[in-house]
Write a protein that binds this ligand. Structure first.
Ligand SMILES: Nc1nc2c(ncn2[C@@H]2O[C@H](COP(=O)(O)OP(=O)(O)OP(=O)(O)O)[C@@H](O)[C@H]2O)c(=O)[nH]1
Ligand SMILES: [Mg+2]
Length: 444
């Protein structure tokens, strides 16, 4: 795998495989005027940024009548010349065209995400924007899609550039400090560098504080059902989902495993998790399920705790997770007990609206409370690099207080400037590039 091999013309199908109306084939390369003429068997120059209805030829065989567009570089997605053929669907025609094109010496099949890589390589987008295009394609909810769009528009990139500028300014100030007369106030220079590093730490911490929110955007909010066997967890789980996902029966211990299903609420992905009923048991298989229940209780962002009496309420208080808990008296058509947040009956539908309102309130608390920063959406890679940067800035700050000479401090700061580039512009660092772009789909 070598994305940095940019000499070749690359070709791939952009649309998903399978039966459908059309398929789009994308081709990118430095100069594609000649190839365009070959494909449509015409002599004139292709008209840039236009889409035309033409017959498509591979060698001399006509393979389709299709829409073909030509984008002249650098005004194209990849920054190179780009041809797109919208041919008839059903994979046969598209595969035939790609196979035929790949036989031409300079043309090869594109790697996953290689068109986005070329866009990055040619300065059309930075790596954060490329990752955000991938994130937009994978998004399943409004919030995930909107946050990805913000980053495609450069929201996070601008912040990282601001941080980079501050680090460069600090680095230049160090150089200045090295040039001034030793008798000048070196103490004051060190203090100014310290202040600059404190400001950089603040900016890094600001972006990193969006980590929790970003995780919620990406993986959704986990809402787990908890309670003794037979209290009605699976019945409520199915009712919220709107279809019978879990088995319901009057036998205690019906649900043995963790059952997960998704729905969307307030633009967020909600993962509903039905669990095995919580009790002491000698049944080995049931015990395995109960162990899984314990893990889900820890992982959950919101717990819906179902009970039928006062004893169940004390079981919930042992969990010590009051903040994320909604206590529900189930089967309120036959049970009466005070002290629960809500009463629910799956027989007559009582309490469902209140449960939905309570869930929405908890979701809003999770996603927009003052303690959570929702300004930026950062992925695991960006979070990892930013944390490393923060650690490095902290360690330089510590050295300032010691006996380390300013020229060494200056070298450390120069190294931090290089590290910032790892987030938006890791060109030349092949393993980082491979890692990022190989998770993209082919044709993007
Ligand atoms: N009267 C009444 N019965 C209910 C209600 N909700 C559930 N049930 C009944 O209670 C029994 C147990 O329901 P489940 O949803 O399987 O209970 P569970 O908590 O998932 O049970 P386990 O999987 O064994 O832990 C079934 O016979 C349901 O029909 C309700 O609101 N009112
Ligand atoms: Mg169940």
């Amino acid at each position: 795998m070598n994305y940095l091999n940019t000499e070749n013309i690359i070709v791939a199908q952009c649309t998903a495989e399978g039966y459908g109306a059309i398929n789009i084939i994308r081709i990118s390369g430095a100069s594609l005027g000649g190839l365009y003429r070959k494909i449509v068997k015409e002599k004139g120059r292709p008209r840039p940024n236009s889409i035309l209805f033409k017959s498509i030829y591979i060698k001399d065989e006509k393979v389709d009548d299709a829409m073909i567009s030509f984008f002249k570089g650098p005004k194209s997605f990849t920054g190179e010349d780009v041809i797109e053929i919208n041919c008839h669907g059903g994979d046969f025609i598209a595969k035939k065209i790609i196979r035929g094109l790949s036989k031409i010496k300079e043309i090869r099949h594109a790697l996953p995400g290689e068109f986005s890589f070329r866009a990055y390589y040619n300065g059309k987008i930075d790596v954060i924007q490329a990752e955000s295009i991938n994130s937009l394609i994978k998004s399943q909810t409004n919030v995930h899609a909107n946050k990805s769009m913000e980053n495609i528009d450069g929201q996070l990139s601008r912040k990282i550039k601001e941080i980079k500028t501050k680090i460069i300014t600090t680095s230049s100030f160090c150089e200045y400090g090295l040039d001034v007369d030793e008798n000048e106030d070196s103490e004051s220079i060190l203090m100014q560098i310290n202040d600059m590093l404190i400001e950089i730490e603040g900016l890094l911490n600001g972006v990193l504080s969006c980590n929790l929110y970003s995780k919620v955007v990406e993986r959704g909010i986990r809402v787990a059902f908890f309670g003794r066997p037979n209290v009605g967890k699976s019945t409520l789980f199915n009712s919220l989902l709107g279809y019978d996902r879990s088995i319901v029966s009057s036998v205690s211990g019906t649900t043995r495993d963790v059952i997960e299903a998704s729905l969307e609420m307030g633009g967020h992905s909600i993962k509903l998790i039905d669990t095995a009923g919580y009790r002491n048991t000698s049944d080995q298989i049931e015990a395995l399920g109960i162990n899984k229940t314990k893990k889900e209780v820890d992982k959950a962002d919101i717990l819906i705790c179902l009970g039928e009496n006062k004893e169940d309420l004390s079981l919930f208080s042992e969990l010590m997770v009051e903040k994320k808990m909604i206590t529900v008296l189930s089967k309120c058509d036959i049970n009466k007990c005070a002290g629960y947040d809500l009463l629910i009956s799956s027989v007559d539908g009582l309490g469902f609206k209140s449960l939905l309102t309570e869930l929405s309130t908890k979701i809003i608390q999770i996603t927009s409370s003052k303690s959570i920063n929702a300004e930026y959406y950062i992925n695991d890679r960006q979070q990892e690099v930013l944390s490393r940067l923060l650690k490095n800035v902290g360690s330089v700050k510590k050295q300032l207080g010691g006996t380390v000479a300013l020229d060494i401090i200056s070298e450390y700061i120069k190294k931090i400037v290089d590290d910032v580039d790892e987030i938006v512009n890791p060109i030349g660092r092949e393993e980082i590039i491979n890692n990022i772009f190989s998770s993209f789909c082919v044709g993007k």
